[in-house]
Design a protein around this ligand. Sequence first.
Ligand code: SAM
Ligand code: DTB
Ligand code: SF4
Length: 356
Amino acid sequence: MANDVTLRHDWTVDEVLALHETPLFALVDRARDVHRRAQRPDEVQLCTLLSVKTGGCPEDCGYCSQSAHHASGLVAEKLLDPEEVIGAARRAKDAGASRFCMGAAWRDAKQGQAFERVLTMVRGVKELGLETCCTLGMLDDAQAARLREAGLDAYNHNLDTSRAHYRSIITTRTYDDRLRTLHAVRRAGISVCSGGIIGMGESTRDRCAMLCELASFDPHPESVPVNALVPVEGTPLSALPPIDPLELVRMIAMARIMMPRSRVRLSAGRSALPREAQLLCLYAGANSIFYGDRLLTTPNADADDDRSLLAAAGLVAEPGRGHEHEHPHGHDADHWYGPCHKHDHAEPAAQSEPAE
Ligand code: SAM
Ligand code: DTB
Ligand code: SF4
């Protein structure tokens, strides 16, 4: 098992398919072992999302409520005011989130005033002591550098699916466009957040190929969101059957095994899962969730339910950087961290060399 925390970037699709075919309990056992060695197994990061520019997007992503190509009924809105965004981030922090992600329905990040506004949002959210993330579409090097300067910690840009399946989901930009943006993000010193969606009619091979593509990044993406399709009426993918929750467990377990030190985020689609399936995902290696009543345009799991879910499992919210001196033994009444356990978990392997 020592090899499980070796960081590999050369996974083959056939190898990952073999992992996928592993009996479920054996797969989860292996993922849990990696998780315990490479992560703090009792912590879950709470990330709150906010759509700062909703709808009217020129891209044709088949799953998305915000595409102008689909009749989802969503009304396009203007870019929010930075004060409004910073206020929402403050509330998210007070509710216990340590990361705040601002999403825009853009093909690419804008130039000029709109971009300056986004930079103001990033500075303001960063000043609150939150980990900052944006997802604004494609970025060039100059934009990435300015976001970094403003205090952006992470940029979300999903591969969404395999290269082969991609063209049946999105035609207005290519897989290589996606990869180019991710490389610009890395060059600017921003953490890469990239993952995908299952339940879009892809094969098991496609799912495995997407994970291989993500794991080929060196270093691995710092965070890997695993979404299940949220069906939105009016979008081309709205009538697809829901995924078997155990497929989500498998994806998470495989992501954990392949990218031991990455944060694996149990993302969209979580509210459709029974509580036990969510717990199994957390056991199998997910250590981040979207927290708050909304994702971007669709409802998320209820925040009170999430707090009780984590408490029932003895999990705690990862303390944010702004909370470092408060957690876990000096609880601030305004912040929720879940039950207080002394730090009896192993130090994450991220601080030591991988065991061979
Ligand atoms: N416009 C930017 C972009 O596409 O990169 C940022 C926002 S976009 C909504 C962020 C990601 O959310 C998408 O790449 C996709 O993976 C995910 N997403 C969007 N709609 C979804 C849905 N209906 N179900 C699951 N995931 C979804
Ligand atoms: C990601 O992988 N999932 C989030 C976040 N990154 C930006 C978005 C999920 C969106 C779900 C559909 C909606 O609410 O519009
Ligand atoms: Fe636009 Fe992003 Fe939605 Fe695609 S996923 S339509 S790029 S908002």
